[in-house]
Write a protein that binds this ligand. Structure first.
Ligand code: FAD
Length: 373
């Protein structure tokens, strides 16, 4: 069996890896557009603290499965000699000055913990205890601390998956893939004028998916949501084990090795594929970050990244086969949680191609619910 994967962000890389491990002949085609979401992602793997997910139970189920899948994936990658993946359980703190809000968060997380032990330990922290774990933090913020949360550098994880897929025989080709179909069946792709045939094509093209599917008359209503995100260096601090900070809005702080703290991010729907750092974007991100962690004011601004999240209005991802187009699999629309869900969604896409039994009901993620063929 020969399978083409279109797009090598976190979803495509994971799909290719899981297929190649099963001995499938895999060709990955990636254009590496400016603004690949995986390369810009902050790297928070913690689906348990966001109360917004209560309104989207299917999204929570998928994000939870994604977070829980990481440890076994890291172990598999280790067996393939890939240890530079940056994934680490550093814990996360939901921070707030309002004790009643923290009470509600604690209650929600304890309920989730009773169903998912991977949430880890839950502790209520005073402002002083919270600041001891994250020194730049505003001294007026208490916290609910959860030990099972992790962080991961999307670029390193993506590269590890792609390298591991290659070790299992996957071939990589750079360029833009155009789908080719005949008599209701996908037959392959064309890249730089060259036709590559396949038995199945998995489209993991992120925010660019509409352009890929358009020639087949398939509309998936996914749009780019621009995110601007800032990398700071805080000299003299060992940030490698600092917990993720979640202030219960769209903004957050995530720390990595080498004194790096990543703060973000804007959520700009309607900006299109405008790959620019904007004045208002930088102001918004820094204002929010400094209000939560004023101790970062003396940090060095090292880098600003821009990424286009594959965003659907419904928020629920699109994962599945397209019955009217034999051989076509779609795995897309992971929005703001794609680094959490991406590896598991890639595994699921691989299982769909292989016809394996799935451990997740994909009905809520049926790509046809948004598709007009
Ligand atoms: P992408 O990573 O965008 O990859 C798509 C790939 O397809 C690209 O390389 C593109 O070039 C390629 N492609 C497209 N069309 C073609 C074609 N025709 N031919 C060949 N190649 C093609 N998620 C979390 O879980 N936690 C976070 O903390 C987090 N923070 C984020 C912060 C920001 C600022 C952003 C932007 C995103 C964040 N996310 C986070 C979300 C996450 O990064 C995305 O949901 C995820 O990376 C999407 O992965 P993807 O593989 O679907 O798409």
């Amino acid at each position: 069996m020969k399978v083409i994967v279109v797009g090598a962000g976190i979803v495509g890389a994971s799909t290719a890896y899981h297929l190649a491990r099963e001995g499938v002949e895999v060709v990955v085609v990636d254009y590496l557009h400016e603004g690949q979401a995986t390369a810009a992602g902050a790297g928070i793997v913690c689906p348990w603290i966001s109360s917004g997910d209560d309104n989207h139970p299917d999204l929570y189920t998928l994000a939870n499965a994604g977070a829980c899948y990481y440890p076994s994936l890291i172990s598999m990658l280790g067996q393939d000699g890939e240890t530079n993946v940056s994934y680490r359980l550093v814990g996360a703190m939901a921070v707030n000055s309002d004790e009643a809000k923290l009470d509600a968060i604690e209650q929600m997380v304890r309920k989730r913990q009773s169903e998912t032990p991977e949430v880890g330990e839950i502790r209520r922290l005073s402002p002083a205890e919270a600041q001891a774990l994250f020194p730049p933090l505003n001294s007026g913020l208490g916290a609910v601390y959860v030990t099972g949360a992790a962080r991961v550098d999307g670029k390193l994880m993506r590269d590890a998956l792609n390298r591991a897929a290659q070790k299992h025989g996957a071939l990589y080709q750079s360029g833009e893939a155009d789908l080719e179909a005949k008599d209701g069946k996908v037959v392959g792709v064309r890249v730089k004028g060259q036709f590559i045939s396949a038995d199945a094509v998995v489209v993991t093209a992120g925010a660019w998916i509409s352009k890929v599917l358009e020639p087949l008359g398939i509309d998936v209503s996914i749009v780019p949501q621009r995110g601007q995100i800032i990398h700071l260096e805080v000299p003299g601090h060992d940030t490698s084990n600092w917990p993720v900070i979640l202030p219960q809005n769209d903004h957050y702080l995530v720390s990595f090795d080498h004194s790096r703290v990543v703060v973000g991010a804007t959520r700009e729907t309607g900006a299109g594929f405008d790959y620019r750092v904007t004045t208002s974007g930088v102001k918004e991100v820094l204002d929010k970050a400094l209000s939560i962690a004023p101790g970062l004011a003396n940090g060095t601004l090292k880098e600003i990244r821009i990424g286009f999240r594959p965003f659907g209005k419904e928020l629920s991802p699109l994962i599945g086969l397209v019955p009217s187009m034999e051989g076509l699999v779609i795995a897309n629309g992971l929005g703001a949680s794609g680094l959490t869900m991406g590896p598991y969604v890639g595994l699921t896409a691989a299982n769909l191609v292989l016809g394996n039994e799935l451990d997740l009901d994909l009905t809520p993620f049926n790509p046809l619910r948004k598709v007009t063929v």
